[in-house]
Unconditional design. Structure first.
Length: 142
């Protein structure tokens, strides 16, 4: 069985983003074209499909590291902030974007909240099926 981790990450994200575009619950809000993806960024993303690409990345992140919450993902998607003449410092990514994406993924049935000791979201069987289908599609394309 092919796993999503056996494929090239950039290609897997773009194919998975295309699959997520077909799901009506996962849509970028109106304000998404004006916001930066974090405090460490200088400008908003240039790619018009960045919301779906980030959603694909979040889905893979939950698959690999789940149960995971928004706070851990903020650290994972954060980066170096240019402080001018002062030394760089690490800042977290935007929590609102990650929260809205995880809520949309949960509404679509691709992730669910963990009921175990550790809080956070885990991949659902429907999400696992989507990832496996994407991995098989990428493996057969080679």
């Amino acid at each position: 069985m092919a796993s999503i981790n056996d494929t090239a990450p950039e290609k897997a994200n773009s194919v998975l983003a295309g699959e997520l575009k077909k799901i009506e619950e996962i849509q970028a809000p109106d304000w998404a074209k004006f916001v930066k993806s974090g405090n460490h960024r200088m400008r908003p993303p240039a790619n018009p499909d960045w919301w779906h690409i980030r959603a694909a990345s979040v889905l893979k992140n939950i698959y690999n590291h789940g149960p995971v919450g928004v706070s851990k993902m903020r650290s994972r998607y954060g980066g170096r902030k240019n402080m001018g003449r002062r030394p760089h410092k690490f800042t977290k990514a935007s929590g609102n974007i990650l929260r809205k994406i995880t809520q949309q993924l949960e509404k679509a049935g691709l992730v669910k909240q963990s009921q175990s000791l550790h809080k956070g979201r885990i991949i659902s069987p429907k999400g696992q099926s989507l990832l496996d289908k994407t991995a098989v599609q990428l493996k057969s394309a080679k």
